[in-house]
Design a protein around this ligand. Structure first.
Ligand code: MRU
Length: 373
């Protein structure tokens, strides 16, 4: 069971209008604890919260203080170390039993993002591989693996950004790119996948405008993507989700780039709810639709997107905005957090090892993720 109560210990909290953040790192290891940017408070407040137990980390993931597939994986990897640190036994078998319990708790937080499971499995494996050492050594290996996952993700996202430049349309004018939700620095170690491609396009002087879908119901586009763009001076226009088709029809959009939470072996891609309809509308207007994601987001165990578990969240995310109730009593709600875009609607999947059509993902299925050169 994931506990719900989290006693937030804010390290630092300020109104964001007062400052510009040059580097955005949502997950930080400091001294003996994890410090997270509390993404539920942006853009009004930039606040860091201390996390020093595995159960608090589970709650932070579930309540979306930290969110976005790669960032969840990194946070969970640190959560595994925090959990290992809490185990008091000197008996190794008992230690690993209790560590599996920590993994079980963290796995229950959010079901769709495969990076969560990938990162937990990776730290568990390195702990088991170090099983001949002392418990102290095994715990140190858990921490260093979490740090390695974080460092690698930063390099991976920068590579995704650069590989994305190779497939973005070559237009005479600078590009206008539409994105959905937040697949930026906040959702990763610090550069972003879809927003990583956009950052790279901006640095290469190829970007005119980002169109950010507001992304109902949690508004990650309006709140987080727009905030990130503003920090970096990237021009951004926020639109409500139901305006995307209209903008495409008016030829205001040259490409759509989104992230993913889990991609099946055939290239079907789960991402934030609303991505599927965006892909269909882009296809209807002949606008290339790209999914940017690290190889750790591909789940080769699943043949198609139909097998991807879709998280359902609390209905209050739909019927409440702040303290305002939007709907009358007696209404029922359905609140899926993700949908699956079929491979045929995706022009290419942009990974750190290159952009490929979804049907060609099998070339990356080597069992382990190759290191970046
Ligand atoms: O529910 P969220 O905010 O965690 O959903 C995030 C997304 O859908 C992102 O697009 C996805 O995780 C990719 S993040 C690089």
């Amino acid at each position: 069971m994931v506990p719900n109560a989290l006693c937030l210990r804010y390290k630092f909290k300020t109104q964001t209008s007062k400052l510009k953040i040059s580097m955005i790192y949502p997950v930080n290891w400091q001294d003996d604890r994890v410090v997270l940017i509390d993404q539920t408070r942006l853009p009004a407040e930039y606040a860091w919260v201390d996390i020093d137990s595995s159960s608090d980390m589970a709650t932070a993931i579930k309540t979306m203080i930290v969110r976005g597939a790669p960032a969840i994986g990194i946070a969970a990897a640190y959560g595994m170390y925090l959990g290992a640190r809490e185990i008091e036994t000197e008996d190794k078998d008992e230690f690993f039993n209790q560590l599996e319990e920590v993994a079980r708790m963290l796995r229950q937080t959010r079901p769709t993002a495969v990076n969560l499971f990938w990162a937990i499995d990776r730290v568990l494996k390195t702990a088991r591989d170090a099983g001949n050492g002392t418990l102290e050594n095994i715990k140190a290996v858990l921490l260093s693996t979490a740090k390695a996952i974080q460092t690698e993700d930063l390099q991976t996202c920068q590579a995704i950004g650069d590989r994305g430049l190779e497939v973005l349309p070559a237009t005479p004018e600078k590009l206008r790119i539409l994105t959905h939700c937040n697949a930026g620095a906040l959702a990763t170690a610090g550069y972003g996948t879809a927003l990583g491609v956009i950052r790279s396009a901006w640095k290469a002087n190829r970007l005119a405008m980002v169109y950010a879908d507001e992304t109902r119901p949690r508004l990650q586009g309006a709140k987080l993507t727009c905030w990130e763009c503003v920090q970096e001076g990237i021009p951004v226009t926020a639109i409500a989700d139901n305006m995307a088709a209209h903008c495409m029809k008016l030829k205001m959009i040259d490409a759509v780039v989104v992230g993913a939470d889990r991609i099946a072996a055939n290239g079907d891609a789960a991402n934030k709810i609303g991505t599927y309809s965006l892909a269909l509308v882009a296809k209807a207007h002949n606008i290339p639709f790209f999914v940017a994601a690290p190889l750790s987001t591909i789940d080769f165990k699943l043949a198609t997107g139909e097998e991807i578990p879709i998280e359902e969240r609390d209905p209050s995310e739909i019927y409440k905005v702040g303290n305002t109730i939007l709907t009358p009593d007696g209404v029922e709600f359905y609140n899926p957090a993700f949908d699956v875009t079929p491979a045929e609607a995706i022009a290419a999947i942009i990974t750190e090892h290159g952009a490929v059509p979804p049907g060609e993902l099998a070339q990356f299925n080597s069992g382990s993720i190759p290191a970046l050169k």
